[in-house]
Design a protein around this ligand. Sequence first.
Ligand SMILES: [Zn+2]
Ligand SMILES: [Zn+2]
Length: 413
Amino acid sequence: MTATVPPKPSPPQVRLDEEVDRHAQTLVALSQKIHANPETGFKEVQASRWLADLLETSGFAVERGVGGLSTSFRATFEGTMAGPNIAILSEYDALPELGHACGHNIIATTGVGAGIAIATSGLPFAGRITVIGTPAEEGGGGKIIMARAGVFDDVDAVIMMHPSTKAMTMRGSLASGRVEAVFHGRAAHAAASPDQGINALEAVIALFNGVNARRLHFRADARVHGIITHGGDAVNIIPARAASAWSVRARDRAYQRHLVAVLRDVAEGAATMTGARLEWRETRGYDNMVPSPAIAAICALHLNRLGIEDISPSPNERMGSTDMGDISQILPGLHVYLPIAPEGTAGHSIEFREASASEAGDQAVITGAKVLASTALDLLLDHKVLQQAIHEHAEMVRNGLVAGRDGWMTARA
Ligand SMILES: [Zn+2]
Ligand SMILES: [Zn+2]
């Protein structure tokens, strides 16, 4: 008589891969549906409903409209006992005119797919998986509003995925801010009595020229770009009011603040030069993303086992800004990129929109869900990894690399 050998249990990540494959058709169909029905920030009514519905039917307890945003959601799935709370984020807003040219349909379904794979796998874990639907990444800062409302207060680590042209776990993002510089002069007939006027448009022109005079001396990561939003009303009137809008970005908040201070100095100089009065308005924008090295390292292992190489960002990596940057200032965070388009393809372009509904885009939904599910489960099962991520984050707060929860809340107050 031969003894029966119990089947060898498959490693958890293989179980999760199988679950993602089992849900693949549903996830890809939903990604395509969101892509075909683009909704801009705070108006993602259908996308948020479709995603929340799917989570609900997969065993999650779903709250809709958390943090004061009607198109947000929070879906929780409890483990067998108390433990850490790992959040996986889902973005689903489109760009005005361009549609899903940032591929948030893929972000949406990888986040939800990863959560569902863990929930339906039956794998035991202590703690909680929370899938958070965060509206309006493209300028509205949904995550910032939700963080201020306390949605991330009970979360231990946050992970999400973004489509790109390369796989990267350690790519950051720029700290950003907006400035409105408005100049007030005095109207007068431009031919009959120009000597009575003060030309506000000349102040705006002096501001642009002044910024350009300083530009050579900016660090390579500086991005200071403006437009003239009002330049006068008629050619025969000396402009009494002229206005400009600016975006100011850099790799870190300290240097971004320095650039804003330079812009302000130049604007005050432009006012002095022309006799106009400066009106100055500033908004904070998004903080820079600081990836958690510990979480990035386990994510890279999962990329590798799926045959994907984790590319290190170059020192002059081209980057935009994201409200996930703010979350990474509060908590250990991962914002992993996966390729869907050839290198050199610009984000926010028609080409990137096409890629977001292509075969490569669909593949990224599946790969992304696998990678996020495995990374989240590692954080739940291997407390050493989560502790290391928390320890590293605390160290970064001490070194001033990130603000930390209290610092961030104060800066945002
Ligand atoms: Zn974008
Ligand atoms: Zn995006």
